[in-house]
Design a protein around this ligand. Structure first.
Ligand code: PLP
Length: 455
């Protein structure tokens, strides 16, 4: 690239290593520098505006210019910019947020615990599960079952739970005690003619076989996203969660719902657990908790988890875990105000109504020659691209077509993200039907531009 040596772009290449980026390619192409946000739009350094169709990283529920969150942060920053929750200390934003989260939980929960990212929260969940097993005198009960294409983060433990090759290869992961079950993706994984229900039954049977092969007494927990996000927006087949939960109950296995993307309205209910009838023992949340204006994540744990954990901390003398910034007062104050906005403006209702419109409009693309499947619910969707519709095969290699169309889409003023060949759509919950129409028109145009390049 030929940017001025002192430009942001040139300095970025010189000094900055990016997440989820091919570092060598980045040296050639440089960054797209985003300077401003306004509602569902962001603006780059050249003044070009984009619909942020991924809400940043599936996260900015209230849009990119919410003054009330700025004010909540400012006033908390002035009053008490930092305090912690170690060694019996506390502060009111953390207490208020803990109370609020327990009160809106989809099932009865006992306590909230605060961390700073989804990865830290899932790492913490794993540690709590191990700690609990030890407390119960079941030191052999340590294995956790996740799923292929599930996404739970990037720390050593949470990346192990994640079921994507890029998070394991060359990182020497996964660690021991993590197992991966099948992906509930009917379009890709079902056998010819297999109904959604039959597919769900088969996945539940396979899960049971895995548990029996490993020894049920060694399996502590199962973790899953209600709808898989980064694995390509995978909506589970009908009856899947019901059947999985029956198996877990049979072998006394805890359930962790990773609501980091689904939580706070995304699927058209406050939690994805409500959409799918999931009754977790641990519920993990982040992202839309604060609309990502501040880093914060949380776990809700039920009495089954809290009781043994409290006893073990009493036996040892402390629960030897905690992050300096966990439950940071500014982040907690922002999260509280963010939840108020979600409720006051009925953004969950918006996710339902505008979400239904988005699903309908995106499904109109299903007939396009390059579209294999359109899937999703509420305000989360995936459009999976294929070079050959009948054979469901990719163009060149997996991700090539997704990258091509995503590039055109960005030129057309919409930021999406291709996960392999699936384009993700997960806009801010404040999006309007008109903005959805603009977004879908841009997708259609990008597909039409790509078609002659591929065929
Ligand atoms: N869990 C889910 C479902 C996620 O989508 C993500 C991030 O995308 C994480 C966990 C990890 O969160 P973080 O990136 O904040 O560590």
């Amino acid at each position: 690239m030929t940017a001025h040596p002192n430009s942001t772009e040139a300095r970025d290449i010189r000094y900055h290593l990016h997440s989820y980026t091919n570092a060598r390619k980045h040296e050639e192409v440089g960054p797209l520098v985003i300077e401003k946000g306004d509602g569902v739009y962001v603006e780059d350094a050249s003044g070009k505006r984009y619909i942020e169709a991924m809400a940043g990283l599936w996260s900015v529920a209230v849009g990119f210019s919410e003054q009330r969150l700025v004010d909540a942060a400012t006033s908390q920053m002035k009053k008490l910019p930092f305090y912690h929750t170690f060694t019996h200390k506390g502060h009111s934003p953390a207490v208020d947020l803990a109370e609020k989260l327990v009160s809106i939980a989809p099932v009865e929960m006992s306590k909230a615990y605060f961390t700073n990212s989804g990865s830290e929260a899932n790492d913490t969940a794993m540690k709590m599960i191990w700690y609990r097993s030890n407390a119960l005198g079941q030191p052999q009960k340590k294995k956790i079952i996740s799923r292929r294409r599930g996404y739970h983060g990037v720390t050593i433990a949470s990346a192990s739970l994640t079921g994507l090759p890029a998070n394991h290869g060359s990182f020497d992961l996964p660690i021991a005690n993590v197992l991966h079950a099948g992906t509930p993706h009917h379009y890709r994984e079902a056998q010819p003619g297999e109904s959604e229900e039959a597919f769900a039954t088969r996945l539940a049977d396979e899960l049971e076989q895995l548990i029996l092969a490993e020894g049920p007494e060694t399996i502590a927990a199962f973790i899953g996203e209600p709808v898989m996000g980064a694995g390509g927006v995978v909506v589970p087949p009908a009856t899947y969660w019901e059947k999985v939960q029956a198996i877990l109950a049979r072998y006394d296995i805890l359930l962790v719902a990773d609501e980091v993307i689904c939580g706070f309205g995304r699927t058209g209910n406050m939690f994805g657990c409500q959409t799918f009838g999931i009754r977790p023992d641990i519920l993990v949340m982040s992202k839309q908790l604060s609309s990502s204006y501040m880093p914060i994540s949380a776990l809700l744990i039920n009495e089954k988890v809290y009781g043994p954990l409290a006893d073990e901390s009493n036996r040892i003398g402390t629960f030897g875990h905690g992050f300096t910034a966990g439950g940071h007062p500014v982040a907690a104050a922002v999260a509280l105000e963010n939840l108020k906005l979600i409720e006051e403006r009925d953004l969950v209702g918006n996710a339902r109504t505008v979400g239904a419109h988005m699903q309908k409009r995106l499904r109109e693309l299903a007939d396009h020659e390059l579209v294999g499947e359109v899937r999703g619910l509420g305000l989360i969707a995936g459009v999976e691209l294929v070079a050959d519709k009948a054979a469901r095969t990719p163009w060149k290699n997996v991700g090539a077509l997704g990258g091509l169309v995503n590039g055109h889409l960005q030129e057309n003023g919409v930021i999406s993200r291709n996960m392999g060949d699936t384009l993700g759509f997960c806009p801010p919950l404040i999006i309007t039907e008109k903005q959805v129409d603009d977004m879908v028109d841009a997708v259609k145009k990008a597909l039409d531009t790509a078609l002659p390049q591929v065929k």
